[in-house]
Write a protein that binds this ligand. Sequence first.
Ligand code: COA
Length: 331
Amino acid sequence: MTTCGVRIAGTGSAVPDRRLTNDDLAQMVDTSDEWIRKRTGISERRVVDRESGEGQFTLACTAMQRALDDAQMRADELDLIINATVSAEMTCPSNACRIGAHIGAGTAGAFDLVAACCGYVYAINLADSLIRSGRHRAVGIIGCDAMSTLLDYDDRSVSILFGDAAGAAVLVADDDPDRGCLHQVMEADGNGWESLYIPRKEADVAEGAVGEHIKLGCLRMDGKGVYRFAVGKFQKVIEEALQHTGLAVDDIAQFICHQSNVRIIESAKEKIGLPDEKVYINIDRYGNSSAGSVGLCFDELRRAGKVVEGDRVIFVAFGGGMTWSSSVWKV
Ligand code: COA
C-alpha cells in the first residue's frame, strides 16, 4: 500500500430533458399526483428519449465529460473507468468500454459494476481503494441508470418511483494521506434478491409470483418489503459510520443518501436526529434514479457550494441484491 490520499478532482451529472410528471402517469395508470407525492415525495422524474438514441450510454458519457471538465483534466489522463449501472444497453461490451472510447480515454481500463442503487457508493469505495493501493492514479466513476427502459408502465406500484439520471466523479491520487475515504462499507445479502429484480426469462421469475402479470425485462419490486429493509438499514449504516470514525453529526457537512423514497430518508433523519439542512433531497424532481441518485445529489451539492474542500460527507445507499453501502469522506 502507498501512503497517498485521494482527492475528488471534479464532478458532473446529467439528466434527460424529457419530464414525466405525476399527472402524466395518472393518464397512463390508475394513480394520482396526490397519492404519489404523499407516499414517495416525488413530483416528477426525467426519462430518456429512446427514439433519439438517448440511454444509459449517452447519459453516462455526458456526466463523465462534465466531471472531467470540472476537474480540468483530459479523458486520456484517466487510467480506469467504472460505470455503475443495471441498465447498460449491452452486457458485452460493457458500456464503460464504449464510454472510454467516446470520451477519448485511450487504453484506460473499463468495466461496468452492478450493485443496483448502491452502484455509485460501491464505485467510489472501489476507486479510493485502487488509488490507495498505488495501482491507479486517476479513476473516473459513473453511477447512471436509465430506469425508464426497465419499467412496465402498466404496473403502477413500480413505475411511479423511478427516473433516469447520471452522476460522475474524477478521483485522483493526493499527497495528503488523510484525504479521501475514511471508512467504507460494502455489503450484500443475496437471500433478499426477490425483493427487487429484473427477470429476463420465465425461469428467473420468483416462485411466489407465478400467475401474476409479469413483463420480462421489467423491474419487479416488493415495495413493502424493500421499505421495511431500507428504513432499518439506512439508520444502522449511518450510525455505524459515525461510530467507526468517531465523528459526530456536527462534524459532517452532508449526509448524501440514495433517493429511494422521501419517507425512508425522513425516517432515518428523525431516528438519528439529523438536521434538515444536512440531508439533501432532490427526489421530488428526479424520482429514484437507482445508481444515478447519489452522484447526482453530490454534484448538485458541490455546485451549490454546500460541500466544499475539506468537508466531511457520508454517502449512503441500499438497493437490489439486496446491497447496502456507505462511504465517509474528507473531500
Ligand atoms: N397509485 C395509487 N394507488 C396505489 C399505487 C399508485 N401508484 N400503488 C399502489 N397503490 C394502492 C395499493 O393498491 C393499495 O391499495 P389497497 O389499500 O386498496 O390495497 C394502497 O395503494 C397501498 O399500497 P401499498 O403498496 O401498501 O403502498 P405503500 O405505502 O407501501 O407505498 C411504495 C408503495 C412503493 C411507494 C412503498 O412501498 C415504497 O416506496 N417502498 C420502497 C421502494 C423502494 O425504495 N425501492 C427502491 C429501492 S432502491
